[in-house]
Design a protein around this ligand. Sequence first.
Ligand SMILES: *[C@@H]1O[C@H](CO)[C@@H](O)[C@H](O)[C@H]1NC(C)=O
Ligand SMILES: *[C@@H]1O[C@H](CO)[C@@H](O)[C@H](O)[C@H]1NC(C)=O
Ligand SMILES: *[C@@H]1O[C@H](CO)[C@@H](O)[C@H](O)[C@H]1NC(C)=O
Ligand SMILES: *[C@@H]1O[C@H](CO)[C@@H](O)[C@H](O)[C@H]1NC(C)=O
Ligand SMILES: *[C@@H]1O[C@H](CO)[C@@H](O)[C@H](O)[C@H]1NC(C)=O
Ligand SMILES: *[C@@H]1O[C@H](CO)[C@@H](O)[C@H](O)[C@H]1NC(C)=O
Length: 270
Amino acid sequence: MNSRTFSWLSFLHVVFTIKFLILLQSLDASSSSAEFYKTCGNTFSCGDTISGIGYPFRRQTDPIYCGHPNLALTCDGRSNATTIDIMSMTYRVLRIDQSTQTMRIVREDLMEGPCPQEMVNTTLDYSLFDYAGSYANFTFLYGCPASNFPGLSLTPCGRSGYSGVYVFPGTQGPGKCNASVIVPVLLGVEGGGGAENATRTTLNQVVQQGFEVRWKIDGKSCSDCTESKGRCGYDVGTNQTSCFCPDAPYVADTCTMLRGMRLNAIQFLT
Ligand SMILES: *[C@@H]1O[C@H](CO)[C@@H](O)[C@H](O)[C@H]1NC(C)=O
Ligand SMILES: *[C@@H]1O[C@H](CO)[C@@H](O)[C@H](O)[C@H]1NC(C)=O
Ligand SMILES: *[C@@H]1O[C@H](CO)[C@@H](O)[C@H](O)[C@H]1NC(C)=O
Ligand SMILES: *[C@@H]1O[C@H](CO)[C@@H](O)[C@H](O)[C@H]1NC(C)=O
Ligand SMILES: *[C@@H]1O[C@H](CO)[C@@H](O)[C@H](O)[C@H]1NC(C)=O
Ligand SMILES: *[C@@H]1O[C@H](CO)[C@@H](O)[C@H](O)[C@H]1NC(C)=O
C-alpha cells in the first residue's frame, strides 16, 4: 500500500465520518423539529376584522412554539370577535398593524357599557407592551355619594348594584366612592370628536374605540428568518424568536447559513 492509497483511504474515512455525523444530526433533530416548519408560519384570519396575521401572533389553538406565548389570539367563530388576554384581562382586538407593531384593543368587560363585573384597573404587561399613539386615562368611579359630584354622571350599574357612577378625565383613586377603575382611551378619534369631548351618549363609543398598544418584540429576527425562506417560531427555552427551516437541523437563527453549509458538504462528498 503506497502513501497515495493510504491518503485516499483516510480521505474516504473522513468523508464517511462527516456523512455519518450529518446523518446523526438530522436523525436527532427530525423527531419533532422537522414538523415545526410545516406547522407554523402560515398567516391566519381571526373573526371578521383580523386577517393576514402571522408571527409573533398565533391562534390559541396553534402549538405554543408558533408564536409568542402571550400573543395568542382567540377567534370566536360565532361572534366573529377576536380577543387576547393581557394580565388576566380579556381585550377585544379591533385592529392589528404588523408593520408598525401596534394593535387597537378594548376591554371586553366594557364593550356593553361602563359597568365591569369586576373592578379592575387597566394594566398592561409592560415587559411586552407599551401604550402607542396619543391616549388619555379616564377614571370611572362607582358607588359615589349622591352629593353634587363634579364628574359626568352615568346610569347606575344594575348588576353590580353600584349607583352614583361618574367618569373623570385623568387618573384618580376612589376617594369618597367605593371603587375606581382606570380606562385608557384614544385621543382625537375620527368622527367621535375624541375623548376630549366625550358626553354621556358618546362616552361608550369613545371607550369602545379602544386604545393602541405596541408590542416590544424585535421584528428583525423574524424578517431575517423569512428572508432566508424560513418560518418564524418561538423558542420557549430561550424566550426568543427562532427560525424553522425545511431542512435539517430545522431550527436555527436563519436558514441561509444552513443552506450554504449543506451545499458545501454535498459538494465535498461528490
Ligand atoms: C360572522 O361572519 C360571517 C361571515 O362574514 C357572517 O356570515 C356572520 O353573520 C357573522 N356573525 C356575526 C355574529 O356577526
Ligand atoms: C394612565 O394610567 C396608567 C396607570 O393606570 C399610568 O401608568 C399611565 O402613565 C397613565 N397615562 C397617562 C397618559 O396619564
Ligand atoms: C359603597 O360604600 C358604602 C359606604 O361604605 C356602602 O354602604 C355601600 O354598600 C357600598 N356599595 C357597594 C355596591 O359596595
Ligand atoms: C386603580 O388605580 C387607582 C390609582 O392608582 C387606585 O387608587 C385604585 O384603587 C385602583 N382601582 C382598583 C380597582 O384597583
Ligand atoms: C371639542 O369641542 C370643541 C367645542 O365644541 C371644539 O372646538 C373642538 O374642536 C372639539 N374637539 C374635537 C377633538 O373634536
Ligand atoms: C423564559 O420566560 C419564562 C417565563 O417568563 C421564565 O420563567 C424563564 O426563566 C425564561 N427563560 C429564559 C432563558 O430567559
